[in-house]
Design a protein around this ligand. Structure first.
Ligand code: ATP
Ligand code: MG
Length: 410
């Protein structure tokens, strides 16, 4: 369950398969937007159809509900109030339905992933959302841990330090984990919940607006409908430029001038996009440096770099991280699919289909910004102490018998 997109995967014949969304693939892949909408005529829309009608129905369209998980926030529609859990449950119900259509059998249990920095309340809310959707949530696992499973890192017989960098639509975060003896342990996590891929779309949009104004004298920024079309076109161009070096933006009938329709046609190069995106991409340096400092590690101590989230498909992002850490990031699993794939593998571990994976998770939080509750100093001594003593479990830890998640003391 991402802030921007959600996806699910299932183990079929020993291999993880990403479940296609019923509406078909989008420009970003099989996942679907984490958007819920209530139409004026009483329909509930989830995913692509909800996103598509957002401009015409902004008050009844809910984006980014993940940001509100674990809070008292409420969504009010026609005098009825919904908790973030209930809104998230609509997304999970769609996943359940799509999975059942895909598999042809009922789906009753699920493994759900959450960011490593999620606190007790946020984890509990996620679990509640699953239950409202009619799923038994057999395990909540950290997104970076899921990604490591997708890469098969749990099979390694040597100890490793893994840096997992996630860059999604609205956030970026970085987690350093220690792996050894079948156990993934979070050493430190940091990030910025305000910078994501949408900022790059926005930078490209602003560039197009200013170019178009120079060419035609028309200011598109005052036209809501034109802005909506531009936003979509900018994201599409950005995604295409991860694979090709030049792309065209074509928006016919974008405006009117002297009673004549005006069209927008522009060629965007990868170089131009990279120039516009660089100041945003540079913001990922600070959390990476912070997390290294918190874990008391140097870039050379990192054995594996794992990238997750759609925005890490951008070649500039990959290069920036590789240059910063001085080593190549892992390849072979799609960054936008790897978290869902890892959750499916964890599911298969729980059903006994995949063996030899212990997966204890000790979460030590050093979330740097935008988090009021979870400021917790990384302390290896305490860590080891916890390890030996017997962890002081909170409610969220009792998600299953052998998953332990120790939370910061409150
Ligand atoms: N091929 C691509 N190249 C560049 N960016 C891409 C590509 N595919 C997807 N994206 C971008 O990735 C972002 C969505 O990523 P993802 O679905 O992983 O986010 P999320 O997990 O929902 O959000 P968050 O991590 O912020 O909670 C969007 O900004 C999208 O434009
Ligand atoms: Mg994400």
């Amino acid at each position: 369950m991402g802030t921007t997109n959600s996806a699910a995967a299932v183990m079929e014949a020993g291999r993880p398969v990403v479940i296609p969304s019923a509406e078909g693939p989008t420009v970003a892949g099989k996942m679907f937007p984490s958007v819920v909408a209530f139409t004026a005529d009483g329909q509930l829309l989830v995913g692509e159809p909800a996103k598509r009608q957002a401009t015409a129905n902004p008050e009844r369209t809910i984006f980014e509900i993940k940001r509100k998980m674990g809070t008292d926030y409420k969504v009010f529609i026609d005098g009825k109030s919904f908790t973030p859990q209930q809104i998230s449950a609509f997304i999970l119900q769609k996943i359940k339905k799509d999975a059942e259509t895909f598999l042809g059998t009922p789906v009753k249990k699920a493994v759900i992933t959450v960011p490593a920095h999620f606190n007790d309340n946020q984890r509990q809310a996620t679990k509640d959302a699953g239950e409202i959707a009619g799923l038994e949530v057999v395990r909540i696992i950290n997104e970076p841990t899921a990604a490591c499973l997708a890469y098969g890192l749990d099979k390694a017989d040597k100890e490793m330090k893994i840096l997992v960098f996630s860059f999604g639509g609205g956030t970026h975060d970085v987690t350093i984990m220690d792996f050894g003896g079948g156990v993934f342990q979070v050493l430190a996590t940091s990030g910025d919940t305000k910078t994501g891929g949408a900022d790059i779309d926005n930078a490209l949009m602003q560039y197009i607006i200013s170019e178009y104004k120079t060419q035609t004298g028309i200011d598109l920024s005052t036209d809501k409908m034109a802005m909506m079309r531009l936003k979509e076109a900018a994201e599409k161009a950005k995604i295409e430029l991860s694979n090709v070096v030049t792309t065209d933006i074509d928006l016919p009938f974008i405006a009117m001038k002297n009673n004549s329709p005006m069209h927008l046609h522009m060629t965007i190069t990868r170089a131009k996009l990279e120039e516009l995106a660089l100041p945003i991409v540079q913001r990922i340096e600070e959390p990476i440096r912070k997390v290294l400092a918190d874990a008391k590690l140097e870039p050379k101590d990192i054995d594996k770099i794992i990238l997750i989230g759609g925005q890490t498909r951008m070649p500039l992002v990959r290069k920036f991280i590789e240059d910063l850490l001085g080593k190549p990031a892992e390849r072979g699993v799609d960054p936008m699919e790897c978290v869902a794939i890892g959750a499916a593998i964890q599911g298969a571990v729980l059903t006994g289909e995949v063996k030899d994976l212990l997966l204890l998770m000790y979460t030590v939080i050093t979330w740097s910004r935008n988090s009021r509750r979870n400021i917790y100093q990384n302390n290896r001594e305490k860590h080891n102490h916890t390890h030996q003593k017997k962890p002081d479990f909170h409610n969220c830890c009792r998600l299953s018998n052998n998953c332990y998640h120790t939370c910061p003391t409150r």
